[in-house]
Unconditional design. Structure first.
Length: 319
């Protein structure tokens, strides 16, 4: 069946794209130190800014790109996201200061944001309604698999070579994923009646006029704030405080940081199961349970970090 073929291809694309993200993103806070930011307070501040900038731009452009997708097709948005992010990653390789890095991260968010969403919408639009749960679950599993493998690969490459090589590797992975989508993914032509093409104003009115969509957006916002708020400081905390007293561990510090991030691989096995349950028992109920599990897991991570600091009597520097 055509939808199964597209699903298999897009699972592979998601793994490549998520792996490219995982190769670089956990190590951006450490790359900042190579750009002349040595003050610990400034490092944390810039780490949060560099990590959050593309996500903020993606949020701003989300409705616009969604409207373009409704008019020109979801496949074009996947290609746009992959190609835009790949180009930004390639040029980050050559930045010489944090301001240039921030600029390319903003461009990444404006042109290349929303890859996961665009890919998931593409798959969902081509999949029979009764199988959308398992299809979306498999896509989420693919993302988690790439997110888990990428940091380990990135950590090994950073320890043996340099942080700058990571951006070249990421750009190559995005390029391969882009070519696969262009050549292999099939999407039916979108035929709109004259004058019936979706407009940005109509999309915004439909969104803000739907209490259900507003509630879902609010819940997702809270979930992702909880998930991402500790990401910018995990690498800095691990390298500067947990591994500082051991030269042997510090030598492989990037690999250890990657190993911490690779714990998301658990989601790669859980996501398809959540999707199957959603098809069987209803998407709203299962999504609620999944969000609760995500919040609980990140609460445990934050508590574990607190316990490690207390056990080692670690106090963050103030200057």
């Amino acid at each position: 069946m055509p939808w199964k073929r597209n699903l298999i291809i897009m699972i592979g694309v998601q793994v490549l794209a998520a792996m490219a993200w995982g190769v670089t993103n956990p190590f951006l806070p450490l790359f900042i130190t190579e750009l002349g930011i040595n003050n610990p307070v400034e490092q944390r501040w810039w780490a949060g800014l560099i990590q959050g900038a593309p996500l903020f731009c993606t949020a701003l452009m989300g409705v616009f790109w969604g409207t373009v997708a409704d008019r020109w097709g979801r496949k074009s948005m996947v290609i746009r996201g992959l190609a835009g992010t790949g180009v930004a990653m390639f040029f980050i390789r050559y930045v010489t200061n944090v301001h240039q890095l921030l600029g390319f991260r903003l461009i990444q968010g404006l042109l290349g944001g929303g890859i996961v969403v665009a890919s998931t919408v593409l798959v969902a639009s081509l999949t029979p309604r009764k199988r959308t749960g398992i299809a979306v679950g498999l896509m989420q599993g693919a993302v988690a698999g790439g997110f888990g493998l990428g940091p380990v690969v990135g950590g090994l490459l950073a320890d043996r070579f340099s942080y700058r090589l990571l951006f070249v590797v990421a750009a190559a992975l995005y390029a391969v994923a882009t070519i696969i989508v262009i050549v292999l993914v099939r999407e039916p032509r979108m035929n709109h009646e004259p004058g019936a093409e979706p407009k940005l104003r109509q999309s915004l009115s439909a969104f803000f006029g739907s209490p259900a969509l507003l509630a879902l957006a609010a819940s997702l916002c809270v979930i992702y704030v909880a998930i991402t708020m500790i990401n910018p400081v995990i690498a800095l905390f691990t390298r500067q405080q947990l591994l500082a007293g051991s030269p042997l561990l510090a030598e492989w510090g990037n690999t250890i940081v990657g190993g911490i991030f690779c714990t998301v691989l658990v989601v790669a096995f859980a996501a398809p199961a959540w999707g199957w349950l959603a098809d069987r028992f209803g998407h709203r109920r299962i999504r609620s349970e999944e969000h609760t599990s995500e919040l609980q897991s990140h609460s445990f991570i934050s508590y574990a970090v607190f316990c490690l600091k207390k056990k080692n009597n670690i106090h963050p520097p103030h200057s």
